[in-house]
Unconditional design. Structure first.
Length: 91
């Protein structure tokens, strides 16, 4: 399944490293990631992950990180991991 997650983080040098480590340890693969600095001196990270595991296993652990201020699942898709989409099928 594919999930889109949004995090609001404290601007620490190692914060993205921690987030990616927890994501990998929980069995999720990051497929896309963007990070921007907010006006309120926080970082906003949006990333897409794939896994057959329940997204709550990841978000619960991310919220435990002391640099994570907010964690939200934006979307979830039930497309099986590895399934081809119509746009990716070549004739």
């Amino acid at each position: 399944m594919m999930h889109a997650v949004e995090l609001r983080l404290k601007p620490q040098p190692e914060v993205l490293e921690r987030v990616l480590r927890v994501t990998r340890h929980r069995g999720f693969t990051v497929t896309e990631l963007t990070m921007t600095a907010n006006e309120d001196s926080t970082l906003k990270v949006n990333f897409d992950v794939e896994s057959e595991r329940v997204i709550g296993l990841l978000t619960h652990q991310l919220t435990k990180l002391f640099d994570v201020l907010d964690c939200q699942v934006l979307t979830s898709s039930t497309v099986p991991v590895g399934a081809e989409t119509p746009a990716s099928v070549s004739a």
